[in-house]
Ligand binder design. Sequence first.
Ligand code: WTA
Length: 651
Amino acid sequence: MSESVQTFFPSREVARRANIKNMCEYQDLRLEAEENYEGFWDRLARENIDWFEPYNKVLDEANAPFYKWFTGGKLNVAHQCLDRHLKDRKNKAAIIFEGEPGDKRVLTYLELHYEVNKTANLLKNKFKIQKGDRVVIYMPMIPEAAITMLACARIGAIHSVVFGGFSSEALRDRVIDAKAKMVITADGAYRRGKPYLLKPMVDEALKEGCECVESVLIVERNGQDIDYVPGRDYVYNELVENESPVCEAEPMESEDPLFLLYTSGSTGKPKGVQHSQAGYILWAQMTMKWVFDMKESDTFWCTADVGWITGHTYILYGPLAVGGTTVMYEGVPVYPDAGRLWRMVEEYKVDQFYTAPTLIRLLHKVGADEPAKYDLSSLRILGTVGEPINPDAWMWYYDTIGGSRCPIVDTWWQTETGGHMISPLPGATPIKPGSATFPLPGICAEVIDEEGNKKAPGEKGLLCVTKPWPSMIRTIWGDPDRFESSYFSAAKVDGKPVYFSGDGAVYDEEGYIWITGRVDDVINVSGHRMGTAEIEAAIGNCEKVAEVAVVGKPDALKGESVFAYVVLKGEDTLIKEMDVVQEINKVITKEIGPIAKADAIKFVPGLPKTRSGKIMRRILRSLAKGEEITQDVSTLEDPTIVDKIQASMKE
Ligand code: WTA
């Protein structure tokens, strides 16, 4: 946060068209929620969801923090995203897909409805997938990822999408944790101009401990030669053609789980974040309208992968719930050149473009001149998500991509929050580069201390949400205790535990919220959230490694990079170091995926530990940044270790 930041006001043109036109309208909504919290959510739920059966209670707090919303109500999320649009929008494009090689496919609402129904019937009839069964989806960015997710929603199966960049071991852990009955995957896809394979990763994953999986369904995408296990593996494209395009949408309870999505925490294994039906879809829909100001004729493009929450909410569920057109791109954003995305913005006349600061920095660096080659005048709103955006990248995005005319919505939220929590409203909020600005109406996000006192401007505090909200995480799959201890143990307001995000934040004098980053041991590399504990566990598996500590180091391009301190076993360390570096990265790729590879590995004689054995990560973070150590080191078990580490890092 800097004192001299410039404020950018919404233009008259943007404001005039906007769903929320000025700060008064925003304040009115906030006030409505403040005066009658349940009444506010009740109104939104009644106005925006096509209920099969009405709910009888808006918010049930009896079993806090296991909050329930809209209990007794019945709905179906696939119906909400598809069927209800068939009357007015059946021939409107729902998904515009572009493959990396340049192949295109447009699915209208009617066509998508057909495909989803056929797939739903296939899952139900042939594979006996029932309501509540878990289906793991490990897919590239192709329309079938969306189709299979919606097919699950239609029959009430719980999908768990695993990012295609995760390794077979990471996939295996998630399959086992969810006790998935089925895995849906593809032979492979295209990346950097070449076909790559996904199916062999599934084969590898299912080799051990995955007896729960009865069948594997394979979508043919790149036609590469893959192995088929008879009796387990089936080709989607052949089977789906025999299914009927008529499939009743299963009436689901508001609180039935819609999906699981695994995310990293500060300790141990990834957490299966469980989301609900009604609360999730309601907020996906509201934020599309408010934050992205979605209009009937808009074409919306979110460049995330469906394997992350951003892809779930803002490629699939949000845009379709409001009857919009969503763009989906398969491949690498800089293939065949750094103008790829801008060429697509021009071609599809994209209105809203939503991406991560990492990608903005990359495109700025490798292709600053590219945008000038394309007509980007269709753009009306730009968005960012995943990490704080630095003023340089912000200004380039604003001026060069947005032509100094498009507001940037810097959206703060998390896998656990389901949808945006803190964000500017494009027609209303004066924006400051780098600030996510204010909480959305109905969202009680506050910067507080452990006792619930609101922090004064300039004082860092915990970013908490002090009231439950409909799209919040319901629990951690199979581990309710971890849910409570992870999210509801850091701060209390009026004696009641409140949701803590894991992020720190600070208000400025005008009440703008500035996110200062994670306060736990989670790092954010290129917008990918990873637990240092997970990476440490992987590195710890290398035979020659005695001890390891991983910290995040600020990085100009990726936001943070993975910095590992490694203590080797035995004496002849010099000889070992060379091959250990390779082995470490091999093992990380195998156990997590290439996204978690270490950018720097430093061999050190020991780690700074307190007498009780706790690693002082603060010191390691400072050392990684090359800072002077000002902390008191006298409480360390070995106070000389810091000098020794510094000396070994200089070698
Ligand atoms: C970070 C992604 C600053 C934050 C939707 C959060 C951000 C974590 C922003 C969640 C933002 C997300 N400004 N930091 N606009 N958006 N973050 O679960 O640390 O992958 O806790 O969800 O990303 O990451 P996740």
